[in-house]
Design a binder for this molecule. Sequence first.
Ligand code: 8YV
Length: 334
Amino acid sequence: VVVTRQLIDEAQKILDEKKNDLEIVQWNSEKPCDRSWLLENAKGATGILVMLSDQVNEELLEAAGDELKVIASFSVGTDHVERDALKKRNIRLGYTPTCLTDAVADLTIMLILMAQRRGGESMAMVNKGEWPQMPWHPLLMTGPQIRGATVGFLGFGRIAQASLQRLLPFGIKRAIYLTSKPGQPVKEDHFGLIKSASIPIEPAKSADELASESDVVIVGCSLTPSTKHLVGADFFKKMKKLAVVVNIARGPVIDTDALVKALDEGQIFGAGLDVIENEPNIQADHPILKQPRCVLVPHIGSATIETREQMATESVKNLLAGLTGKAMVNELDL
Ligand code: 8YV
């Protein structure tokens, strides 16, 4: 089997216990796995544990050959995996959709508050030594409040619903959501929120409606051809001037150039991003980094110690279950 990342001790132990039965080839660096290393070592593999930066496509599957039984992804998102290519070869796909929900939902709240309350801008001023010169003014460093907000969710799966659960005690007024079936109520009520709602939680009919009615937009959908750049120039034009947008999903759902323009022109109040197009290759002179009202963190949504430990052990368990034909912790129905 091939493992494209270093693992925490607990997960490594589970894997190493199988050393007598399995030949384990593991990428031994903190840097993302080198593609040529992966293609070379995948030859004859029965299972591969991958992360987001590893494209699972025809190229990799061809390189691996007919013995490959399982791909175990260290992620909830599977946009790096060509599902059809797995399906036609009867290769199983394991992933980690449940154990990171809390961590990502927590970060969503952090980014909303940072964007509304100008956390990044404030820190930058203090770090530059500007505090002593700041004039006192009642409106200095003010931003919109979360109480009374209408929160719009682009994608309304587990993480979005867990974020809503955290937002309810803040006193938000209304939640609306857009899924791949606009205007239709979402089927899965993961935490029983919709059933027992104390505020309206309603499906939006279009992206326009979501953009124009929300004070906070949370991007939490999968990246697909139809969600790529869904939040672009038209969307920003419809947003309220005091609204903020938060992305905890995948960078390309937001058109970065359009976001820079929207911030420059004051079409929206601010942004909080855990992900961005072309990550991790963001150079220090990228225009988005010059935006004081944009808080950008380096894809740390699932980065709590507890969550990353669990993602690692679940990924290893999925890998081993896939090799032996047993039930995985979580398997994606291809
Ligand atoms: C990454 C994520 O997997 O799970 C996902 O889909 O985007 C993240 O949790 C994480 O950065 C580990 O590489």
